[in-house]
Design a protein around this ligand. Structure first.
Ligand code: 13P
Length: 333
């Protein structure tokens, strides 16, 4: 058993409490490579922001659970080396799909887990989430559960259609599961193709997607005052990255994300964790494609991974400072 506290990590409890009260959101960035991890830590340190580094089941299979644990421990040490004396770094399992997977992560240094039973019937979702919560809380690990279904594909998680969270269920669900935070569905979805062009309106030559269901979010907030709410599928799919990818040999058609103004608005509410994965993938791919197209003779991975890391770091800093507002929010610097 490896407890996250011995790795210098923290759970989400205190940072969520401060984020809900302060009207900002904590970034939850997915990672599975060293360069992503370095970029996340550099961005968090430069902006003095708490940060959640999260891995999906697929990422864990790709990178190896043991290596991830040491990467997270390394992230804390690296943040200190960069001058941050009291970093607040969470290692979180994204979309855990079974009790066994959550337990394995808790036993191996994760400080937070998500149990995603959202595709199960309501009572089964509750029973599974409660089982994970009962285990996790013995070790002071925090648990995110989900009500409502997001559309889109993320690693092994795929759903064709979304179902908005029903506000009338949230009190019963959070009380009976004892979860620490609740992921809800209000119109975001996973991946870089969140909407079809037909679902969008053309404004000044730009496809604008339908707005998030803020009415549902506000109803949920009223039912659960101060309770931490999580938004998945919150990449904004920046057009400049998509254009760079396409300019240098890629082929991404009709990539559409969530406008940043909407995420900014959500951050001011009880939404205190915002998940971003696709934007990091796009930033990395755009920089690598551009570098290799402009330097066809390069074959040392450092030559193209360095600009990729820089581009991701720039994107993470932008999200923290201009969208989520978590800069300068460490309890102690
Ligand atoms: P994006 O695909 O919008 O980045 O969402 C990531 C996510 O929600 C991870 O759980």
């Amino acid at each position: 058993m490896v407890n996250y506290k011995d790795l210098g990590l923290v759970n989400t409890r205190e940072m969520f409490k401060r984020a809900v009260a302060g009207g900002y959101a904590i970034p939850a960035f997915n990672f599975n490579t060293m360069e992503q991890m370095q970029a996340i830590v550099m961005a968090a340190v430069e902006t003095k922001s708490p940060v959640i580094m999260q891995v999906s089941k697929g990422a864990r299979n790709y990178a190896n659970g043991t290596i991830l644990r040491y990467m997270a421990e390394g992230a804390v040490a690296y943040a200190k080396e960069l001058g941050c004396e009291h970093p607040e770094i969470v290692l979180h399992l994204d979309h855990g799909d079974s009790f066994e997977l959550c337990k394995e992560c808790i036993d191996n240094g994760f400080s937070s887990v998500m149990i995603d039973g959202s595709s199960l019937p309501y009572e089964e979702n509750i029973a599974l989430a409660k089982k994970v919560v009962d285990y996790a809380h013995q070790f002071d690990v925090t648990v995110e559960a989900e009500l409502g279904v997001l559309a889109g594909v993320e690693d092994e998680v795929a759903a064709a259609e979304s179902h908005y969270t029903k506000p009338e269920e949230v009190i019963d669900f959070s009380t009976r599961t004892g979860c620490d935070s609740l992921a809800i569905s209000i119109g975001t979805s996973h991946g870089a193709h969140k909407f079809t062009p037909e679902q969008c309106t053309l404004v000044n030559g730009v496809l604008v997607p339908p707005p998030l269901a803020f009415d549902i979010l506000h109803e949920i907030e009223k039912k659960l005052p101060g309770f931490p709410i999580v938004l998945h599928g919150s990449s904004s799919v920046p057009m400049e990255e998509v254009n760079t990818i396409n300019q240098y040999g890629g082929h991404l058609e009709a990539a559409i994300g969530i406008p940043e103004e909407q995420l900014r608005e959500a951050s001011k509410s009880a939404v205190c964790k915002i998940n971003i994965d696709s934007d990091s993938r796009l930033a990395m791919t755009a920089a690598i494609r551009k570098h290799l197209a402009e330097h066809p003779g390069d074959f040392d991975p450092r030559q193209y991974l360095k600009p990729a890391r820089e581009n991701m770091k720039k994107m993470y800093i932008h999200k923290i400072v201009n969208v989520l507002g978590s800069d300068g929010k460490l309890a102690q610097c």
